[in-house]
Design a protein around this ligand. Sequence first.
Ligand code: ZN
Length: 71
Amino acid sequence: MKKLFQVGCIAATLFLFAACREDHSKQQHDQMQHDDQHAAVYQCPMKDEGDKTYDKPGTCPKCGMDLKKVE
Ligand SMILES: [Zn+2]
């Protein structure tokens, strides 16, 4: 009976450990996606606003051209 309890204990620990790891890796993944979006900068290809950049894709408010992603 005692051995069964120990096995159950180990199984529960492993389960919690796996659940914890999964949660952690998901958080890391979300963080990475967030960083990716944050790192992307968009700029008008005509540069009619100088070095002004945007953090989202879209169109230039001045000339209406699609903003280009700056690497
Ligand atoms: Zn423009």
